[in-house]
Design a protein around this ligand. Structure first.
Ligand SMILES: [Zn+2]
Length: 444
């Protein structure tokens, strides 16, 4: 294939995909069917990555949203319009923190900046890319989420008419507010007294039988390459790679994706240093920080009860993933090592102060998770860990919710089924959810 003549439309007509999947551990390569999540070879867990036929960075400048980068997204065919990251050079925060080259990658709703994500977080990128990667034949995409990811998938599936089962803990329900009622093809199950890992376990139980298809989390290349568009938007605006990249992390998927994208850009645009990943967590729930501090190659097997307790004390509860993909080949640990990165933490008071500071200095409200990143950046600046020559990219992973609710009347999504943790082991639960989904979305 002549990569300089490539366009997604060519592949739509030929039925081929414009990329291959490759294993980060053994090098196994394969064509994608839109569903593959794992390498079939016998080795310890490893992420798959995409290898695109097009090696050049060539945005489709006539498209506004993330699909301007469609040559580097594992999606097939025409994609509907959606937003992308708004990247701009900071003034207020930059001056206050003493970082002259501070750039903001804003993900959320801020029309004046060109940010129009309808669920106000960068999770929308992964949702639309995962949907665009799915094959034509119908599956029920099954998603476990603590809140924002679920909102993004629910909205994307509702707009696209793709059957979806969404499982969330009760405390995430308030994040599911939309401009219109969800299409019935989206089925919402809430575990009232549950946590994110309970949702993950129930989703896994559902996916033992078709037509339920696990969305796959970090193992889905669609998710990571969708999130990678943050870096592509930044590179297009900044015309260089940042030296430092700050992002709040629960799983770390977005940061891993950004490093993958930086490697892709470096291969396309010439010799450049990769950004240092500065991963930010909210005390007291900091499993990635703890493992990194102890120089561990894999996570400590800590008790789930300790985590359940810590979660109740965390302001940015979006970040409370207690099984982050830390030790998997190509995962968090490898990305920290390859990028000469580090993990930083902020307590709740610092996060609240950082959110107020961002509103005052930059002019919009941000999500608590983004507040964690701002607080950690401020701390690093105060400790003079960033010199004045550094080019810093701050990922504001979500923001503008206040403005969104002023411009639109948002409707709270209603659960189709509410469960308690004690009922999760009951075999009837899986049957009940299956009946609920199949009645909404008859799958051939
Ligand atoms: Zn492999």
């Amino acid at each position: 294939m002549k990569t300089d003549q490539f366009s997604p439309a060519d592949h739509k007509s030929s039925g081929e995909r414009h990329y291959m999947l490759a294993c980060t551990s053994c090098g196994w390569r394969h064509e994608d069917d839109g569903l593959i999540l794992n390498c079939p070879q016998d080795h310890s867990p490893a992420l798959l990555q995409t290898e695109y036929a097009c090696r050049q960075f060539k945005p489709y400048t006539n498209r506004n949203g993330i699909f301007r980068y469609q040559d580097w997204l594992p999606v097939v065919g025409e994609q509907r319009y959606m937003g992308r990251t708004a990247v701009y050079r900071s003034r207020g925060l930059a001056k206050t923190l003493g970082i002259p080259n501070l750039w903001i990658a804003f993900n959320g709703y801020w029309p004046e900046r060109g940010a129009e994500l309808e669920t106000a977080t960068f999770k929308e990128f992964e949702a639309y890319t995962v949907l665009g990667r799915l094959p034509e034949h119908q599956v029920i995409l099954t998603v476990a989420s603590s809140g924002n990811t679920g909102a993004a998938f629910a909205w994307a599936c509702s707009r696209s008419g793709r059957p979806c089962l969404l499982i969330i803990p009760g405390r995430g329900l308030s994040r599911l507010q939309f401009q219109t009622p969800l299409d019935p093809c989206v089925r919402l199950v809430v575990i009232d007294d549950g946590d994110y890992p309970d949702a993950i376990d129930l989703a896994a139980a559902m996916c033992h039988t078709p037509p339920f298809q696990p969305e796959g989390g970090i193992q889905n290349v669609g998710r990571r390459d969708g999130l990678a568009t943050v870096l592509l938007s930044a590179f297009e605006e900044m015309q260089c790679l940042p030296t430092h990249y700050f992002q709040a992390v629960g799983s770390g998927t977005g940061a891993i994706a950004v490093l993958e994208a930086a490697k892709r850009v470096r291969a396309a645009a010439g010799d450049m240093d990769l950004p240092r990943l500065l991963l930010c967590q909210n005390l007291p729930f900091v499993p990635i920080y703890d493992a990194w501090q102890m120089n561990l190659r894999s996570l400590n097997g800590e008790s789930t009860e300790r985590f359940r307790k810590a979660i109740t004390h965390v302001y940015a509860d979006e970040l409370t993933n207690w099984k982050p993909p830390y030790g998997i080949c190509g995962g968090v640990y490898d990305s920290l090592v390859q990028s000469r990165g580090d993990v930083v933490v902020a307590d709740n008071d610092s996060v609240r102060i950082a959110m107020d500071m961002f509103l005052e200095l930059e002019g919009t409200d941000i999500e608590p998770a983004a507040g964690v990143a701002v607080a950690c950046l401020a701390e690093c600046a105060a400790q003079e860990k960033i010199d004045r020559d550094s080019v810093v990219l701050l990922n504001v992973t979500g923001g503008g919710r206040r403005r969104l609710s002023q411009n639109y009347t948002l409707l709270q999504a209603k659960p189709h089924l509410r469960l308690r943790r004690e009922s999760l082991a009951d075999p009837d639960t899986v049957q009940k959810i299956t009946a609920l989904c199949v009645s909404a979305s008859p799958i051939p």
